[in-house]
Write a protein that binds this ligand. Structure first.
Ligand SMILES: [Zn+2]
Length: 787
């Protein structure tokens, strides 16, 4: 009785409250809205941002120039700074205040954002976990503002709200005007190894008593003021990274005399800070073919012991950058080599301590050069004069410089995971020069816009390093475990950076995988690459939003992708397409072509599943004769692991033909003559996961040959839950497999085959992958540290 009442009221509620649109959303309806245009979900186009996804005729952005004088006080682990900021109001708006980011307040116990996460007691807990419940005492971290004055030295009123500071302008700053002000400040530098998660700070090496300093988000920085949201002054709480204004920088940093400094931009006074020998090596390095050491291991090791008490001032300049970072240490070995993109020289450089020497000396600068060239191919030519990699036991990106990891064992050997983790993190962090350092998206709001796009290009670049590169994020099948998580653990990609539960999969892997699916499976390489490049070119040195990306990808390709943005970026449903049943028809010529139904009982003895599985992109890269892999162009990049993998792994191409021809277009001739001796297969599919995806059908024929048909996702547009489709085949079919190259992230592959066969279970799969370098490491355990 109770149950009956419940059902009645539920049905009543449904019909009384739901609008027509809601009824369309009702999953029990066959005609949902998965193929409707995004329409009002996207912002209305205006003269700043067009409907095509390009900057509009009145597009504007602010500019901010910095002149900074800083002193690194190594004995006291403190950074002192004075900056002169010139802010240009290019907006059509009158401004009465400016917002400044004080990111170092993240480490203050008084002025941090104050966001908290939930916590609970565990059955087993460590000391550190217990200590985390204790109220922290302020360790005097966070930035101390000494003064804020205008160009005449007059005090300006300011208010600090946690990680943000508002400066009140003495007069309204009108469109086209600029305002110059000065800030003096200092902060105590944090031990970023001890307080994990800190992007900048120092690392102490007890064996030799030295530090590596990585100075990042270290000076008060202007927030972005934009046409689409005014001031971006959301608090810095750790996850949502930085949103910054372009400008020109001049930075003078005074550091211990034996330190080597690598920084955003170009050094203006090498002749004053380098020894004559180092200076002549630097000049020689301008034309070398292999990385040349400006500071050698022997010299760095001598500095570690001697520890100069003198000081030196390095001067750097950088134009059109959104930020400035630097690394400083007497531990640094420094090597350099030029590379060329469309005839323009880029100095690729690396800085690393002896701990990282075996790997960094061999790979770092070459990985930097490979990244700059590869990304330039997929986006726009790298515009800056230098690109640098600093070994700092973490991964974090800034313009022209980034901090990466990759230390060898004490005896100089290294594991395969460390090697590929290190090359991967260098590619990733150098790659961030393109997204978001140049294509300057709002990281505080949308992590995926830089991490997702960058992780995708990282994947493309790793695959161009070596066709056997053990890639982590990118291939569709690698995101299955995330896609099949409980719904309360999943959020749309379109989620604010601070609110993401599964940060890595949501902001890195899923968008990167989505782009890979667009490129290899939905759009094809030619259309995708053109549109992706168009987006990068349109928004280089500008501030794009998600809508600008979505619109450009469609505008430049003539592919309606709203269904994909809706499902993959705004939704959480996974792909699970089930091949429910197959009916086989042969025409009965005697009885005047009346079809008879025959069911088969053939069992496939050997699983169709290929354990030496190659992603479709690897296969296509191998087939593309214009591609020269880095390890083939430069055989010095081959090491033990290269040969090891090729000795054991099967690397031959899958025995299938990849055809881009859509079978649906050719199946219109079913006349009696044509039908004689033909086989008609009626396939019944169910969309169990909810996400619509193309149907990729691999047929295995009686003679052992195979064929693949690709049906676009639009097959689901009139019924999102069930689809039936008939295929005509000359030869008899013995097996059918859906998504044979695992391109759609289908979370249940057991319902993808006919006749039904058991797939290897997860444990078997793992064991069989042990012998194959190409699959063994999966997501590198160290990849988690990458930002
Ligand atoms: Zn990143």
């Amino acid at each position: 009785m109770k149950k009956y009442i419940f059902i009645c009221s539920f049905i009543f509620g449904l019909f009384s409250k739901l609008s027509a649109q809601d009824i369309k959303n009702n999953p029990t309806s066959n005609h949902g809205n998965k193929f409707e245009q995004l329409g009002t979900i996207l912002p209305t186009p205006n003269e700043y941002r067009t409907a095509s996804g390009a900057p509009g005729p009145k597009y504007w952005q602010q500019r901010c120039d910095y002149d900074i004088v800083a002193e690194l006080d190594e004995p006291n682990l403190r950074l002192n700074g004075k900056e002169t900021v010139t802010y240009y109001n290019n907006s059509p708006d009158n401004l009465t205040y400016l917002w400044i980011q004080l990111d170092e307040n993240q480490h203050s116990t008084l002025n941090n954002a104050g966001y908290q996460t939930s916590s609970k007691m565990q059955n087993v807990m460590s000391d550190a976990e217990l200590r985390a419940f204790d109220t922290k005492k302020d360790r005097e971290y966070g930035i101390v503002i000494l003064k804020v004055v205008d160009v005449a030295g007059k005090n300006l009123k300011y208010t600090i709200n946690k990680t943000m500071m508002r400066i009140e302008l003495p007069q309204t700053l009108k469109p086209g005007q600029k305002f110059i002000f000065k800030i003096d400040w200092y902060y105590n530098i944090i031990d970023r190894i001890k307080y994990g998660g800190a992007r900048g700070g120092y690392e102490f090496f007890p064996e030799d008593g030295n530090h590596i300093f990585t100075m990042a988000q270290w000076y008060p920085r202007l927030c972005v003021y934009s046409d689409y949201q005014g001031w971006q002054n959301q608090q810095f709480a750790g996850s949502g990274e930085f949103t910054l204004t372009f400008g020109n920088f001049k930075v003078q940093m005074t550091v211990p005399a034996d330190h080597v400094v690598g920084a955003t931009g170009e050094c203006q006074n090498y002749s004053q800070v380098l020894t004559p020998t180092q200076l002549s090596r630097w000049q020689k390095a301008q034309t070398v073919k292999e990385p040349l050491e400006i500071v050698s291991l022997k010299e760095a090791t001598a500095s570690e012991t001697n520890k100069s008490s003198q000081k030196k001032t390095w001067i750097f300049k950088a134009d059109m950058v959104r930020d400035f970072a630097w690394g400083s240490s007497r531990k640094f070995v420094w090597d350099a080599m030029p590379t060329y993109v469309e005839g323009k020289k880029i100095m690729c450089m690396s800085f690393y301590g002896k701990e990282a020497y075996p790997l960094y000396n061999k790979y770092s600068t070459k990985a930097v050069a490979h990244t700059v060239k590869s990304y330039s191919k997929f986006t726009f030519p790298y515009p800056y004069p230098v690109a640098q990699s600093v070994e700092a036991a973490n991964g974090m990106e800034y313009p022209m410089i980034c901090f990466n990891y990759g230390r060898a064992e004490k005896d100089g050997t290294y594991t395969e995971a460390t090697k590929y983790g290190m090359i991967g993190v260098i590619i990733h962090e150098v790659g961030h020069n393109f997204f978001p350092m140049i294509v300057n998206s709002d990281e505080r709001q949308w992590t995926w816009m830089d991490e997702g796009l960058n992780t995708f290009c990282q994947y493309l670049t790793e695959e161009l390093w070596d066709n056997q590169y053990p890639v982590g994020r990118g291939p569709a099948h690698k995101i299955i475990d995330y896609m099949k998580m409980p719904k309360d653990q999943l959020e749309p990609i379109m989620t604010n950076s601070e609110n993401i539960i599964q940060f890595g999969p949501n902001a890195y892997s899923k968008p990167a995988t989505g782009l890979n699916i667009l490129r290899e499976t939905i759009m094809g390489r030619t259309l995708f690459d053109y549109a992706f490049k168009e987006y990068a070119k349109r928004w280089a040195f500008k501030h794009p939003t998600p809508a600008d990306f979505f619109k450009t990808m469609e505008d430049a390709s003539a592919e309606d992708l709203d269904w994909f943005w809706r499902g993959w970026f705004y939704g959480i449903e996974p792909c699970d397409i089930s091949l429910d049943s197959v009916k086989w028809f042969k025409p009965d010529m005697v009885n005047n072509a009346k079809p008879i139904e025959r069911k088969t009982s053939i069992r496939v003895a050997k699983p169709l599943y290929n354990n030496t599985f190659d992603d479709i992109s690897k296969i296509r890269n191998r087939q593309d004769k214009s591609i020269v892999f880095a390890v083939d162009a430069d055989t010095s990049l081959r090491d033990f692991y290269y040969n090891y993998a090729r000795g054991l792994a099967t690397v031959d191409t899958l025995p299938i033909e990849i055809t881009e021809v859509l079978y649906a277009d050719t199946i219109d001739n079913t006349t009696k003559a044509a039908a004689a001796n033909k086989n008609f297969y009626e396939l019944h599919f169910t969309n169990k996961g909810g996400l619509v995806m193309p149907l990729i059908i691999e047929w295995t024929f009686k003679d052992g040959s195979k064929e693949i048909n690709r049906i676009p996702a639009q097959i689901w547009r009139k019924n999102e839950n069930k689809v039936t489709k008939v295929f005509l085949k000359d030869k008899e079919v013995t097996g059918i497999r859906l998504d044979p190259m695992r391109e759609t992230a289908d979370i249940d592959e057991n319902n993808n085959v006919w006749p039904a066969i058991d797939l290897p279970n997860k444990f078997q799969l793992y064991k069989s992958r042990q012998n194959n370098r190409g699959q063994s490491s999966g997501v590198n355990p160290m990849q988690k540290q990458t930002k």
